[in-house]
Design a protein around this ligand. Structure first.
Ligand code: NAP
Length: 274
């Protein structure tokens, strides 16, 4: 069994991004919008800023109070959309309840939408046009699988979870690679039976959902889930100890998809379209 070492692969990608940024005259400049005082969001935003600056991407964090209106936030985004100094815009989620995050995503210039959540980028992926940006987490998963030479064409891939930020784009991106994809969610029956048929399982749920031995010894499991267990330890969707002896490749939590997401986001933030 081989560990899909996201920490190691992410460092390699970050190094490549750093080299690319060093070679271009116009430096990327990422605007990160943070609304409210969610402590986890503050940590994520600061981590993104640190990672960006380590590869030469300038970052400006724009903070708003929790009570900002949706219109005020949209006005700020419209301003950033036409600001020639800004090459990428990221709105940290979750937003307060009174703001519709889908509406916000719809106002981000698709050519600056480094998260890939704007309707144009989502639609481009869905209809087989190249999006300007792919969502960071599924793109990071593919970067990890590619690094280990895992063949996706004709593979039976099972994606567990269908969120707009992970599961759905993951499914689309695997289809684009010509995998045969099964999309599972909370209404899926006989999940274990489906998992056992897979060559590649990608789980993005947020609870311990993959607990069965695999049917194929060469199969691959990527654990996107990350949350704290009852002892406060970071854990993922996969029962690693039970499952790992039945697979060919498996990603750990932490040290798997988490660092790949950051590297993938930096890869996006280094692209300049306007
Ligand atoms: P989400 O929006 O809560 O979506 C969870 C998905 O899991 C939903 O589609 C839900 O189905 C499905 N689900 C729930 N219970 C299920 C069950 N019993 N069987 C099958 N499917 C089930 O979560 P998310 O934002 O996609 O994130 C998922 C996990 O990935 C979380 O732990 C999150 O922290 C982690 N994550 C990690 C990274 C990273 O960089 N490592 C990035 C993003 C997210 P329904 O659609 O039917 O409700």
């Amino acid at each position: 069994m081989i560990i899909l070492d996201g920490k190691k692969v992410s460092l390699k990608i970050l190094e490549e991004v750093k080299e690319k940024v060093a070679q271009i005259d116009r430096k990327p400049h990422l605007a990160v919008i943070l609304v409210g005082n969610n402590p986890a969001s503050k940590i994520y935003v600061n981590n993104k800023k640190k990672a960006a600056e380590a590869v030469g991407i300038k970052t400006t964090i724009i903070e708003f109070e929790e009570k900002i209106s949706e219109l005020e936030l949209i006005n700020k985004i419209e301003e950033l959309n036409v600001d020639n100094n800004i090459t990428g815009i990221l709105v940290q989620l979750p937003l307060p309840q009174h703001i519709n995050s889908k509406n916000i995503a719809a106002h981000i210039n698709p050519k600056k939408d480094v998260d890939g959540f704007s309707p144009e980028n989502v639609g481009r992926l869905a209809i087989g046009l190249e999006p300007y940006f792919y969502p960071a987490t599924p793109q990071g998963v593919l970067m990890l699988l590619d690094e280990y030479g895992i063949e996706l064409e004709s593979a039976n891939a099972v994606v567990i979870g269908r969120s707009n930020i992970v599961g759905k784009p993951m499914t689309q991106m695997l289809l684009k690679r010509n995998a045969t994809v099964t999309s599972c969610h909370s209404f899926t029956k006989n999940l274990d039976r489906i998992i056992k048929t897979a060559d590649v399982v990608i789980s993005a749920v947020g609870k311990k959902i993959v607990r069965c031995k695999m049917g194929n010894k060469n199969s691959v499991i990527v654990d996107v889930g990350i949350y704290k267990d009852s002892n406060g330890q970071l854990t993922g969707d996969v029962d690693f100890d039970y499952v790992s002896d039945s697979v060919g490749f498996i990603s750990p939590v932490p040290g798997g998809v988490g660092p790949m997401t950051i590297a993938s986001l930096m890869y996006n933030a280094s692209k300049i379209y306007c």
